[in-house]
Design a protein around this ligand. Sequence first.
Ligand SMILES: Cc1cc2nc3c(=O)[nH]c(=O)nc-3n(C[C@H](O)[C@H](O)[C@H](O)COP(=O)(O)OP(=O)(O)OC[C@H]3O[C@@H](n4cnc5c(N)ncnc54)[C@H](O)[C@@H]3O)c2cc1C
Ligand code: FES
Ligand code: FES
Length: 476
Amino acid sequence: MRIAFTVNGVPREVDAPPLRRLLDILRDDLGLTGTKEGCGEGECGACSVLLDGALVQSCLVPAVQLSGCRIITIESLGSQTAPDPVQQGFLDEGAVQCGFCIPGMVLATHALLARNPKPNEEAIRAGLSGNICRCTGYERIVRAVQRAAESALPSTPIAKAVAATTARPQAAQGSVVHSPTTLEEALIVLRTSATGGAADGTGDRAADGAAETLSGLTILAGGTDLMLPGAQASPATGSVLDLSRVAGLAGVCIHKDIIELGSSTTVATLADNPDVDRYLPALATAARLFGAPAIRNRATLGGNLAGASPAADLPPALLALDAIVVLASASGRRDTPLDVYFTGYRQTVRRLDELIIAVRVTLPAPDTRQAFFKAGTRRAQSIARASVAGAARVDASGTLRSVRLAAGSVAPMPILLRETMRLLEGRVLDAKLIEEADRLAAAEITPIEDVRSNVAYRRFVTGRLVARFLREYCRP
Ligand SMILES: Cc1cc2nc3c(=O)[nH]c(=O)nc-3n(C[C@H](O)[C@H](O)[C@H](O)COP(=O)(O)OP(=O)(O)OC[C@H]3O[C@@H](n4cnc5c(N)ncnc54)[C@H](O)[C@@H]3O)c2cc1C
Ligand code: FES
Ligand code: FES
């Protein structure tokens, strides 16, 4: 497909398959080799660029989503003889060794300072948490960012601008790309493709959330799962339904007593949105602990639920909040409670002809206590070894009401801790009850042993996180 966009302010056009990585377009097609490839899996940050002003990992951005976009790479910043203030800060602090990770670090710093011109150390570490340096040591890097923040940054051309594109399918080297701008068009594409029993709306369920390529159609949202090596079943020849330009799928709105989160809402929006923070703090916390800034800027709510990973971060928070998943097909919409949406390992009730279009949560009572905890291997980019989310009310007599507890990474799918919920409901909290809940939560889960953790650890941590929720959030 022919794609037109600007790179460093210069209009560019390339012919590329829809899922070609932005990283390859920059390096191989445009000769901009300042953007580096480290891991190729979104983990290291060496390939960081700014896309319409947002930090992204270019190894995870597909060509199909670039039309009309503005890309900024390291080449647009200072030169060897005239570095810009961020580059100068890195030089002055001796924060540059290999030159491999630093282009990404510099762009992550620009993205950080554009949002927060005077970051403290914690904000600097969080802003650069998706960018890995194996040699220099982070102390120097933090000092370099502090130094850059003290100097006046030149205005970097990172303004947001996304041009609308046509909904018509485009031929693309053996594959077809659908970039609809309305939900109706997207659902018709899906119905047409979902042959083999699903076209009439009564057909098969989506089989494996990690590779939604049945019938040769790949549904693409932020691409942070799909763009991983090996995630697409037939990237060269299959067709792509890109949701990124469908109007009305992204955003947070409140209508009467319901807060609705569009499926294309990014995790970054969930982390920053004041209504999510106010009404759904458990979800806001899960979003803030999710990946690192560049991943949060791309990953969507719908992709997280469709992927249906047992280790996903948003489902436990949404289970604790008793969320409803809104599924839509060309034949209609249906609301599915999240606690019956997941049916097994990466299995859900969603049919092949359905899209997740939104998640709805009834606004919790103002006195609802909420929390989300994640036990991972490190602070950023870590997949949960175990996670727990809780929501509960405590009445005037100290009695627990409407207790909901959920956990991730401890069963084939995200689950409610139903037995522990039953134990706690209607009881007054004391040390003995907290201990009982700790033991019961550890016992009722069915964790597996894998590279991230073993069964005993997962049981232990889940029990302790439940106890922590009760102790820290549910005291009268
Ligand atoms: C470095 C890195 C760190 C990560 N960290 C975390 C983390 O901390 N926590 C976590 O939970 N996850 C994490 N992930 C996983 C990933 O970012 C999330 O699962 C993300 O929410 C997926 O959303 P997406 O928009 O990128 O989905 P995509 O990759 O576009 O799609 C994922 C799947 O969902 C399907 N799909 C997407 N949208 C819809 C829809 N509306 N309706 C139906 N099907 C749809 C796609 O066909 C595909 O099968 C990480 C990934 C990477 C690469
Ligand atoms: S190459 Fe490592 S994040 Fe892209
Ligand atoms: S400067 Fe590149 S790995 Fe440290």
